[in-house]
Design a protein around this ligand. Structure first.
Ligand SMILES: NC(=O)c1ccc[n+]([C@@H]2O[C@H](COP(=O)([O-])OP(=O)(O)OC[C@H]3O[C@@H](n4cnc5c(N)ncnc54)[C@H](OP(=O)(O)O)[C@@H]3O)[C@@H](O)[C@H]2O)c1
Length: 180
């Protein structure tokens, strides 16, 4: 299984690093794509994963595409990668406010997961809520959950409506786990 992280910023590099440290994937099965040449160069130096500047060199190779760009870059990204994605691929998005329906229609795919991590994900102590379109199978969802959990713990919610609402609950759970 090959995973492509799109966006080598704070969250994207956090997930790529966390996945590379986990035993879920071989390092060469983690790819990262960024639009800035200098960032790709510095990510390449880490040698934990393959870094790319051109979507055509990595998007078609991925089984799972993890989108970690800012929401205002989403439409531009969708236009670039739409011709490169295929129906079997699973897209995981951590972009705030970009709905599953929007991602499905912009990319012409059906298997979409939306996840909402919190800041402690950057130190492996995150609490992430996530939900998925019905086209994502139970087995696929388990794989997705394992990837998300490389940055901490997670809660599955039935609907996107609960992604933001769950933020408060996540903080309580996180606090309780520090106490116990
Ligand atoms: N930070 C959090 O705690 C948190 C929590 C929950 C969700 N999120 C979500 O996580 C996402 C990423 O946040 P972040 O703080 O990691 O942002 P960030 O540090 O700005 O990283 C985004 C990266 O994506 C790159 N990028 C932009 N357009 C691209 C494209 N078309 N192809 C490839 N790479 C592209 C950016 O390059 P440039 O810098 O050159 O534009 C930047 O390196 C956001 O959607 C946010 O809503 C963040």
């Amino acid at each position: 299984m090959r995973v492509l992280v799109i966006g080598g910023g704070n969250m994207g590099s956090t997930y790529a690093e966390a996945m590379s440290k986990s035993k879920l994937l071989r390092k060469r099965n983690i790819m990262i794509l960024d639009s800035a040449e200098d960032k790709v160069k510095s990510l390449t130096k880490l040698s934990h994963f393959d870094a790319f500047l051109k979507p055509e060199d990595c998007v078609p190779e991925a089984h799972i595409i993890f989108i970690a760009v800012k929401p205002y870059h989403s439409e531009e990204l969708f236009k670039k990668i739409k011709p490169l994605v295929s129906k079997g691929q699973i897209v995981i998005s951590i972009m705030a406010g970009v709905s599953i329906e929007r991602i499905q229609s912009a990319l012409g795919i059906s298997k979409v997961v939306r996840a909402m991590p919190n800041l402690p994900a950057q130190i492996g102590k995150g609490m992430t809520s996530f939900t998925a379109s019905p086209e994502v199978s139970k087995v696929e969802l388990l794989t997705v959950e394992n990837l998300i959990d490389t940055t901490g713990r997670s809660i599955y919610v039935d609907s996107e409506v609960f992604l933001d609402a769950s933020t408060g609950i996540r903080e309580v759970v996180r606090h309780m786990s520090f106490i116990s």
